[in-house]
Design a protein around this ligand. Sequence first.
Ligand code: DC
Length: 226
Amino acid sequence: MQIPDIIIAIDGYSSTGKSSFAKIIANEFSFLYLDSGALYRGVTLFAVENGFINDQCDIDVSGLEKALENLDLHFGNGGTYIGDRCIEKEIRSLSIADKVSPIAAVPQVRAFVDKKLREFGKQKRIVMDGRDIGTTVFPDAELKLFMTATPEIRAQRRAAEMRAKGEDVRIEDVMKNLQERDYIDSHRETSPLTKADDAIVLDNSDMTMEEQMIWLKEIMAGRFGC
Ligand code: DC
């Protein structure tokens, strides 16, 4: 099957399986996978470690904006890095998840991340997941998906993922975090999470990964003849 040179933008609520699906798509089509949320999580870790956000989620916006000028946040072999320090494990913790939505609502943070993400858009054959990829980062993406699933299924999936990585979490805490993040992500002023008009909805509550792939290939065949 000849896959065209396109950008696939995947948006949706927290823990709907966007990144798992995006990684499988990337593998199947030999695309580059980019996890935009990792950059927001990386900025959040940086903000926590440098005192730009406190436990009440008050943010020193001007201090953070200034510090971002020198922040070397990037993707490398082991995932996400600040300089030569791999931060992949730290950014997946619940303590970072608790603060990432307030940080991601700061317009200066969004501008910092958007600039990095758009650099990748100069090349095609990428699949990127996030909250505003089809609406703001790549509004011209050739294929846009908007993923959703029931809150219970999402919380179970995320808790299982975190437990597999050794973090001891309670379903109630994970569910609360997901709901709070979805609310903040959908209601912020700058680039809120919303379905692009031309995005196709995928509710994967009762779908296996194989079924999602079959669904996608049918869409690709219909749209691109591949
Ligand atoms: O996909 P994730 O759960 O790792 O994303 C973490 C947070 O980052 C999410 O709650 C909102 C924010 N985010 C965003 O605002 N825009 C994106 N394109 C990606 C993530």
